[in-house]
Design a protein around this ligand. Structure first.
Ligand SMILES: Cc1ncc(COP(=O)(O)O)c(C=O)c1O
Length: 405
């Protein structure tokens, strides 16, 4: 056998998201791109803001001698300082450059955090539905994902989370705004979670860490506020990126931020920097670090130009989709943030319904891909025309599903 048994299994069972994305490519080749409604992947379709493009050009034109060089594994001092200052203001905590490690996206940040914290067999507690990559990333570092159902409205089930915290739990992982539900967890829930972690930590004689995966923080609708995990829980680490808020997923730029009040904060930051190197990331892309440092600095001086995509575009897409699905009879909660909608499957058999949508050339991801069967995820970071074009197909599919009852 050329590859390990574990990788063989991973390849076979891979990600449902990628499978649907590949199915989309096949259908597009067959019927033409405009006849296929692909809602499978969270690939932002809104352009990066102008401030990003201008800053990128300025950095390239300046052509500094170290533009493409190796650097400290934790990142460029200017990028770490800028990220710390911006995050500190957002989250009301005195974050310093030494608390920041610049990473290859949020996924790179999760990898270095898990590498730094987990002993073999340690558990990472997560609320379902959850982003499928978490299981693979925990496994990369000898950890095990322990899954706890959320409440029916997809808020955190705090009692269930607390009772699931055991002697092997090291990390409680949250994702807010959430992929795939669009839920934003309120501050009171984060405070209660932090208390529960403290109680369980005292009981088992070990420190539990809250890891908040928040690449969608800036994509919040109707003026919703995203609470601060750093202010709510001293033992916390934020992982985030510019993949969604600046529409740069292919540039692989993000960060991990260790709460300065966390137990062992200095030791953790040093371990994260080493993990960045020995996992082969070495350092986050140099060009992008320079751009982010300058862009945050510019944003601070020019309040009229927020360094973020135009969130009202995603809100408009959400509203357009929600209105159409509601009038067709779908059951879902309105997403508060991110760019996903997670309706119930309107019949007993999930696979049959996903096939009914495929007959309409509509590609979505079944909820089982996020640990919750009975639902499906629509990534609405697509053209308005894709949403408008798909709505009649969504309506026909739910009518056909009713015939199966
Ligand atoms: C919840 C969640 N976390 C992390 C990531 C990874 O993001 P990045 O591109 O910054 O690695 C994604 C990407 O879709 C995501 O949805």
């Amino acid at each position: 056998m050329a590859i390990s048994a574990k990788m063989r299994e991973f390849v076979a069972n891979g990600s449902m998201i990628r499978k649907m994305f590949e199915e989309g490519a096949r259908l597009k080749a067959l019927y033409g791109a405009d006849k296929v409604f692909d809602f499978s992947l969270g690939n932002p379709n809104v352009s990066p803001p102008d401030i990003f493009k201008r800053t990128l050009k300025a950095v390239v034109d300046a052509d500094e001698p170290d533009l493409h060089s190796y650097m400290p594994n934790a990142g460029l001092p200017a990028a770490r300082a800028a990220i710390a200052a911006r995050l500190g203001t957002e989250q009301r905590v005195d974050v310093r450059a030494e608390n920041i490690v610049v990473t290859c996206g949020a996924a790179g940040a999760l990898n270095i955090v898990f590498k730094a914290l987990l002993e073999p067999g340690d558990e990472v507690l997560v609320s379902a539905p959850y982003f499928v990559e978490y299981g693979f990333i925990a496994d990369n570092h000898g950890g095990k994902l322990k899954i706890v159902a959320s409440k029916p409205d997809f808020s955190l089930d705090l009692a269930a989370l607390e009772s699931a915290m055991g002697p092997k739990t090291k990390i409680v992982l949250i994702n807010t705004p959430n992929n795939p539900t669009g839920k934003i967890y309120p501050e009171n829930d984060l405070l209660a979670l932090a208390e529960a972690m403290k109680r369980k930590g005292a009981r088992y004689g070990r420190s539990l860490y809250l890891v908040s995966d928040e690449p969608y923080r800036k994509l919040a609708y109707d003026g919703a506020k995203v609470a601060s995990p750093l202010a709510s829980c001293p033992n916390s680490i934020v992982v985030s990126s510019y993949s969604k808020e600046l529409s740069l997923p292919g540039e692989r730029i993000g960060f991990a931020a260790v709460n300065p009040l966390a137990e062992g904060a200095g030791e953790i930051a040093a371990a994260l920097a080493l993990a960045n190197r020995i996992l082969g990331f070495v350092n986050a892309p140099s060009l992008m670090q320079k751009v982010i440092a300058l862009l945050i600095d510019q944003e601070g001086r020019d309040k009229g130009l927020p360094a973020c995509v135009d969130v009202s575009i995603y809100q408009r897409k959400r509203d357009m989709l929600a209105k159409g699905l509601k009038s067709a009879g779908y059951d879902f909660s309105l997403p508060e943030g991110a760019f996903y909608l997670f309706p119930k499957i309107p019949m007993a058999d999930d696979g049959t319904f996903i096939d009914l949508l495929k007959e309409e050339n509509i590609l979505v991801v079944p909820g089982s891909g996020f640990g919750v069967p009975g639902y499906f995820r629509i990534a609405y970071c697509v053209d308005d025309a894709t949403i408008a074009g798909a709505l009649p197909g969504f309506a026909r599919a739910i009518e056909k599903a009713a015939a199966f009852a």
